[in-house]
Design a protein around this ligand. Structure first.
Ligand SMILES: [Zn+2]
Length: 346
């Protein structure tokens, strides 16, 4: 029995010294002092041992037991100290490899705006942005759309409530087109004018996949001497080829806009079927893309320019519609919604 006790003591003191974690120490503690631990079981055999012998054996056992307990406790402290030291030397890193920064990008309409602006800057056009909240005269009257004239029905206008202001009712509105920018420039009288605007317009629309209360328009205006329909044709082909590819071709159809004479609707040869007819062009081989015309003499008169001396052209299109065709976007409402899936795809 004496030998057995000193053997256990010797073996386990060695094991305790070799431990590296608190978990290992717990396991050793259980192996010694658990319900069936080696130290726990020893006193159970004392009843079979002679009393004389027990007098020397018992203190030996107690000493071994205390010795092992102390050794475990001591090693526990050491292991803790070691782990604290290891923590100190570890570098704290908050940038995990998996956390790559997400890059955003410009909205599709903004990208397109930059592209178009750059394209027309090359031809010497400069940007001029007119107010979104506009006076009736710039949005309608100067544009040969007098008050109470039936042609006003072509625009579903949102009027600003001016009660409480010293403004005649119905005189302040949200502009229905970007066309308000060129009467403002013509009124200033600085010719020649070669300006453009890519901006928002507003209408009282029943909203669906193709109509929105807020939408973009791009418009150019040229005023000077000897401006003709040939300039209009050149601008149309220039834009379509740049946006839709070299094969793009334009055709003019007579169309009525009160502020131009003659007025034209501009069709583009369908780039998807090359004129054979497909779903996108509704089988016609062409799709309407822009509206334009030679500025009406009445616009010159109301802005104070001489229609005998000057001529001019105005040319515009809906960039949202062009983008819908180009990227096969089914619903115009995507342009105003913050839909993440749509934004990531475009
Ligand atoms: Zn087609």
């Amino acid at each position: 029995m004496e030998e057995k006790i000193s053997q256990i003591q010797k073996d386990y003191l060695e094991k305790i010294q070799k431990t590296k974690s608190l978990k290992e120490l717990d396991e050793i503690f259980l192996a010694l002092f658990g319900k069936n631990g080696q130290i726990t079981l020893i006193p159970k055999g004392f009843s079979r041992i002679a009393k004389e012998e027990l007098k020397t054996l018992a203190p030996l056992f107690i000493a071994a037991k205390n010795d092992l307990e102390k050794a475990i406790e001591k090693r526990r402290k050491e292991v803790r100290e070691e782990s604290y030291k290891a923590l100190e030397s570890e570098k704290l890193s908050l940038q995990g490899d998996a956390l790559e920064p997400r890059k955003g990008h410009l909205h599709l309409a903004t990208q397109f705006k930059q592209e178009i602006i750059e394209l027309f800057e090359k031809l010497g056009f400069y940007q001029f942005d007119a107010p979104h909240v506009e006076w009736d005269k710039y949005n309608f009257e100067y544009l040969n759309i007098p008050r109470d004239h039936p042609s006003r029905d072509m625009w579903d206008t949102l009027y600003v409530d001016t009660s409480g202001l010293e403004v005649e009712p119905g005189q302040m509105l949200l502009r229905t087109h970007t066309s308000n920018f060129w009467p403002r420039l013509m009124e200033k009288g600085k010719t020649p004018i070669r300006a453009m605007s890519f901006d928002r317009c507003f209408r009282y629309e029943a909203i669906d996949a193709r109509h929105s209360h807020t939408f973009n328009q791009f418009e150019v205006a040229v005023v000077g001497e000897k401006i003709t329909m040939a300039n209009l044709k050149f601008l149309s082909d220039y834009l379509l080829k740049a946006i839709l590819g070299k094969e793009a071709k334009s055709r003019f159809r007579p169309k009525y806009y009160p502020f131009v004479e003659p007025g034209v609707g501009i069709d583009c040869l369908c780039v998807f079927c090359h004129g054979r007819g497909c779903k996108i062009c509704s089988g016609t081989g062409w799709f309407e893309i822009a509206g334009a015309g030679m500025i009406h003499p009445n616009v010159f008169k109301s802005t104070g320019l001489d229609p005998k001396k000057y001529t001019g052209l105005a040319w515009g299109f809906g960039p949202d519609r062009m983008l819908m065709i180009k990227h096969e976007i089914e619903d115009i409402r995507y342009f105003l919604e913050g839909d993440l899936k749509f934004l990531q795809e475009h």
